[in-house]
Design a protein around this ligand. Structure first.
Ligand SMILES: Nc1ncnc2c1ncn2[C@@H]1O[C@H](COP(=O)(O)OP(=O)(O)OP(=O)(O)O)[C@@H](O)[C@H]1O
Ligand SMILES: [Mg+2]
Length: 409
């Protein structure tokens, strides 16, 4: 803070009015100097107060926000909850709904609302429809994933040499050189089904094809379709195929197709009816595709034994490609891929690791490399040693005993 100097006014026996004062020049100069000093001080004080005011305003704003949040919290916790249900059928004046969570079905009055089949509605404790909820785009996005370029190259896939070759001929070539198929007069396979254990690289392979064919990659998940979108499966399938056509050239990848495409059961339950409708819609889309132009459909499953034969008929998924767990050479390639960016000590023997990991999938080997790296990081080392890999291997084997899937058998 600046020191204030008292203003020196020449003292007289009796006070004079301002215009009678006869200042001498020296006094005036010092008076001006002193006033200037005071101005500087006041300016500084002013800016300090401004700063404090700003601080107080910010604090006030934060408190206001907290207050609002608390008010909303109180409101939310005193309101009776609404339940979410999907509309299964609509008739005059009534609607059949299924409550999410417990899957109980209720016949309720439509009230003033206009529920449509497949729509979600909020109902209260008395099962009265309070409002209808349009399906938001975000929720639709849950069931599918669209990537303009997944950026996966074939070189990032270890082993699977023949499978890559197969997929290139049946999916990539028809997209990149359709004229070749036309001039030779051969129709490329309609749909390609990849089957094999989890974590063997099916999704990876589908993404790589999309990348090499410069195609949009759209992934739709069969299990999400049936579990999250009760009553909406068929319309979502229609939407996704529509989107695939709009974004062509496209690889439409249906993951976990067994969730919708399992052998059709006719036990009459609404659940299986719903799954059947979704599956029928997929078949309709596949059949009605003409030569399907710039959209190639691929699907993946771990349970080919469960699939409905209707899906595998000619013109549908008529090319099956098995994606097996990697052999020793494949495991070596996969280990090379996943350790490429790592700093490895000289003692790391990937071929020994490949030999010891019989039964491991690509996903397992990726975890192995990451775990080994994490162990080095934990000990603040910059280089990953063979001991780190041994540690990771032991850890995975122990964990594996708890989870009953076959690894390292
Ligand atoms: N052959 C492979 N080469 C390199 N990495 C692989 C290979 N297979 C799997 N991986 C690694 O494992 C991860 C999981 O693989 P991916 O998702 O392709 O398996 P998936 O066969 O689709 O399994 P799921 O049936 O569970 O969907 C990949 O992101 C990749 O990092
Ligand atoms: Mg997958």
């Amino acid at each position: 803070m600046v020191e204030t100097t008292d203003v020196k006014v020449p003292m007289e026996a009796s006070p004079k009015t301002a215009d009678q004062i006869d200042y001498n020049p020296t006094d005036l100069v010092s008076m001006i100097a002193s006033l200037n000093n005071q101005i500087t001080t006041l300016r500084m004080q002013n800016s300090e107060f401004q700063a404090r005011l700003l601080e107080a305003m910010t604090a006030n704003k934060n408190l206001q926000q907290q207050l609002l949040a608390l008010k909303k919290h109180i409101e939310d916790s005193t309101k009776p909850p609404l339940f979410l249900a999907s509309v299964l059928e609509v008739s005059e004046g009534e609607a059949l709904i299924r409550q999410h969570g417990n899957n109980q079905e209720w016949l309720v009055e439509r009230g003033e609302h206009k529920p449509e089949v497949g729509m979600r509605v909020a109902v209260n404790n008395d099962l009265k429809i309070i409002r209808t909820l349009p399906m938001s785009l975000d929720e639709r996005a849950l069931v599918m994933e669209m990537i303009n370029d997944p950026g996966i190259e074939y070189e990032m896939i270890g082993g699977l040499v023949e499978q890559i070759q197969d997929v290139r001929e049946t999916v990539e070539l028809p997209l990149t050189s359709p004229e070749l198929f036309k001039s030779v007069g051969v129709e490329p396979p309609r749909g390609v089904l990849l089957y094999g254990e989890p974590g063997t690289g099916k999704t990876l392979l589908a993404k790589a094809v999309a990348h090499h064919a410069s195609a949009t990659f759209i992934k739709m998940s069969g299990s999400e379709l049936v579990h999250k979108f009760i009553g909406e499966g068929a319309s979502l399938v229609r939407d996704v195929f529509q989107l695939a056509r709009e974004k062509a050239p496209t690889i439409l990848f249906i993951d976990e197709i067994d969730a919708v495409g399992a052998r059709r059961t006719h036990d009459g339950t609404v659940g299986s009816g719903e799954v059947n409708r979704t599956m029928t819609q997929i078949l309709t889309e596949l059949d009605g595709f003409g030569d399907r132009g710039n959209v190639r459909v691929m699907a993946a499953t771990n349970r080919i034994d469960l699939l409905d034969p209707a899906l595998l008929r000619p013109g549908r998924f008529d090319r099956l490609i098995e994606i097996p767990p990697p052999d020793e050479d494949g495991r070596m390639q996969i280990l090379l891929i996943h350790t490429k960016a790592m700093s490895l000590a000289d003692d790391v023997d990937l071929s020994a690791l490949a030999a010891e990991t019989e039964g491991a999938t690509g996903a397992d080997l990726k975890i192995l490399a990451t775990e080994a790296g994490m162990n080095a990081i934990r000990e603040r080392r910059h280089v990953v040693s063979m001991d780190d890999f041994r540690y990771a291997l032991d850890k995975m084997m122990v964990e594996d005993e708890r989870e009953p899937h076959e690894m390292f058998v």
